[in-house]
Design a binder for this molecule. Structure first.
Ligand SMILES: [Zn+2]
Length: 60
């Protein structure tokens, strides 16, 4: 689902139109994350953490 088709739960308008503060906040969050969904970002973050832990063990 892209931000273009997302319907706001607050004003029932299209989020991309930014009719209410909730719309604008959602739109900004989407743009900042580059269109990636939160689960994807979480998976990437976990991978980075695992990588750092492995590096720390190797050097220690
Ligand atoms: Zn809204």
């Amino acid at each position: 689902m892209t931000v273009d088709r997302l319907v706001c739960a607050n004003c029932a308008g299209i989020v991309a139109e930014g009719r209410c503060p909730v719309c604008r906040a959602s739109r900004q969050r989407m743009q900042r994350s580059g269109g990636l969904n939160p689960a994807m970002l979480l998976a990437v973050a976990l991978l980075v953490v695992a990588f750092v832990v492995v590096l720390a063990r190797l050097s220690g």
